[in-house]
Ligand binder design. Structure first.
Ligand SMILES: [Zn+2]
Length: 262
């Protein structure tokens, strides 16, 4: 029997039973095992892990653990200072591009509303989601642990929250994306990029056909999705979108205050 001591940090504890959270614990096993295999057998998908220290030394997922090893497992946590050690990600996760599973449509729309590139398809199977994540270097967002444990997937996050309002805050917080919010950059319907229309008169017929007359009466500035052609303007939905962003920022500030005082 081999015996090792493990400790999981920060939100990786979410995947552990309460008696193993935020403390050292020992496990015993028989066959030689990679550290990835060991970590996943305890419930944590490898995509959530950004750094593994074995006896204080940074190792890769394929490292074979030895008897008596002390293993520290750290999450994908952008503000954690781990300068000087090897991270497991092939590239930083800061590139905020996403692929979401079929159950996360509302979260997808929220992300697009804030300007993030979020791929979603109502009919996408797990294989396709995994391939899309790898091929396009997108962060896979899902509440399906099995999907995140696929070894081809190297970028992904298990979404803890079930309510879409909390989900968007969770993602912004965990990846520290607040400074990357760009309202009016992505089409909420199709994820295409949105551009200002330089000369509205050149597309006047199309504007007349698809923009309500109550808007056309006052609006002189339009944007358009390059993919599906949908028009966007700074009307009441824009005000609602800005209000949603403000709400998210307020929630974040409140959470930080709670952390400081608690
Ligand atoms: Zn579009």
């Amino acid at each position: 029997m081999e015996r090792v001591t493990l400790r999981f940090y920060e939100e990786l504890n979410d995947f552990l039973p309460s008696h193993r959270r935020k403390r050292d614990f020992e496990i015993a096993f028989e066959l030689p095992r990679s550290v990835k295999d060991l970590i996943e057998s305890l419930g944590t998908p490898h995509v959530e892990v950004d750094l593994i220290l074995v006896n204080g030394v940074s190792v890769g997922f394929d490292h074979i653990v030895g008897n008596g090893d002390r293993i520290s497992v750290y999450p994908v946590f952008e503000s954690l200072d781990i300068a000087g050690v090897t991270r497991l990600r092939p590239a930083p996760l800061r590139v905020p591009r996403f692929v979401l599973d079929v159950h996360l449509h509302v979260l997808t729309r929220r992300l697009r509303m804030l300007g993030f590139d979020a791929w979603w398809n109502n009919h996408a199977e797990d294989d396709e989601l995994a391939r899309c994540s790898v091929r396009e270097k997108r962060i896979l967002l899902t509440r399906d642990l099995g999907l995140l444990k696929r070894s081809v997937v190297t970028r992904g996050l298990f979404v803890r929250a079930t309510d879409p309002e909390n989900q968007i805050i969770e993602i912004l917080d965990r990846l520290d994306l607040y400074d990357r919010i760009r309202p009016f950059a992505r089409c909420i319907r199709c994820n295409g990029a949105i551009f200002p229309i330089r000369d509205p008169e050149a597309v006047r017929d199309e504007i007349d056909a698809s923009v309500p007359v109550g808007v056309r009466n006052w609006c002189t500035e339009y944007r358009r999705c390059e993919a599906c052609g949908r028009f966007y303007w700074k009307g009441s939905h824009y005000a609602r979108m800005l209000e949603a962003v403000r709400r998210i920022r307020r929630a974040r500030a409140a959470a930080r205050t709670r952390l400081r005082s608690g």
